[in-house]
Design a protein around this ligand. Structure first.
Ligand SMILES: Cc1cc2nc3c(=O)[nH]c(=O)nc-3n(C[C@H](O)[C@H](O)[C@H](O)COP(=O)(O)O)c2cc1C
Length: 246
């Protein structure tokens, strides 16, 4: 196995960070790696806002529902859907941009943002740093927009904590790979048995890491998925001009 595969297969989210800053050379390399990410139609409709300021990180932690690791990790990167950038290009060419009002636009930008997130993660982990993605910035997207000064046609989609690892985390088990990889045709016949096995494996994992409150996978999802857990996403995206109605 090569170093890249080893890094990727060793992934675990880290929530305990040292106070040590991430030096500029490391951060520049991580961002340069993600800057090479492919984007659909070469739209490059993703931007990053890198926050190192402790007071701003504390505010992001508050907006995200009080996640202490955002305060502790010295770097927080917000991955922004940026149809403001593409709008400038389309206007320059004398046309009116519409894609930002469509599901296609939001889907494409979310896909491209996910690729950037993945590349940031691999780059940071390859340098021995720890990361945890933060979707909870969508709990209060307007707060993030105000805090980071994001213009219309942009949306803060997901964040990423980066820092030097204080306490390494055990690797969380995954559901059987057969529920992930389908060869030639999709086949969900093994799902119920795999879900049963995974529920058991996850409870065992939580016991091993002394998290007595850890739930089986199905029960954890049954708490979040019967509702739209971040209800501000749709109205705030719409206020930003990302109407999602086409
Ligand atoms: C897009 C995305 C958003 C996430 N948001 C949060 C978050 O807000 N807070 C958090 O503590 N972990 C967050 N996570 C981390 C997941 O909980 C974690 O990846 C998952 O439990 C699997 O654990 P592992 O990464 O250690 O393998 C997020 C992960 C992803 C990919």
């Amino acid at each position: 196995m090569n170093e890249t595969l080893r890094t990727q297969q060793a992934h675990r989210s880290i929530r305990d960070y040292q106070d040590t800053p991430v030096n500029d050379a490391m951060l520049d390399q991580i961002i340069a790696a993600a800057h090479r990410a492919p984007t659909s139609m070469n739209a490059q409709e993703i931007s990053l806002v890198v926050v190192r300021d402790a007071a701003t990180r504390a505010k992001i932690a508050e907006l995200s529902g009080g996640q202490a690791w955002i305060i502790k990790a010295p770097v927080f990167i917000t991955i922004v859907i940026d149809f403001h950038k593409t709008d400038l290009g389309v206007r320059k060419a004398g046309k009116t941009q519409l894609i930002h009002e469509s599901m296609e636009g939001f889907g494409v930008a979310s896909t491209d943002a996910g690729i950037v997130l993945g590349m940031l993660i691999t780059a940071a982990e390859s340098l021995g740093l720890g990361i945890v993605p933060i979707g909870s910035i969508r709990r209060n997207p307007q707060g993030m927009i105000d805090l980071l000064g994001l213009p219309p046609l942009t949306f803060p989609l997901v964040g990423l904590c980066i820092g030097h690892i204080d306490k390494n985390a055990p690797q969380k088990p995954r559901m059987d790979i057969k529920t992930f990889r389908h060869d030639e045709h999709y086949d969900a016949s093994g799902y119920p048995a795999a879900i049963d096995a995974y529920d058991e494996a996850l409870v065992y994992f939580w016991k091993e890491v002394a998290r007595s409150t850890g739930l089986p996978w199905s029960e954890a999802l049954a708490i979040r998925f019967p509702e739209v857990y971040f209800p501000q996403v749709k109205p705030v995206a719409a206020m930003q001009g990302l109407l999602n109605d086409k």
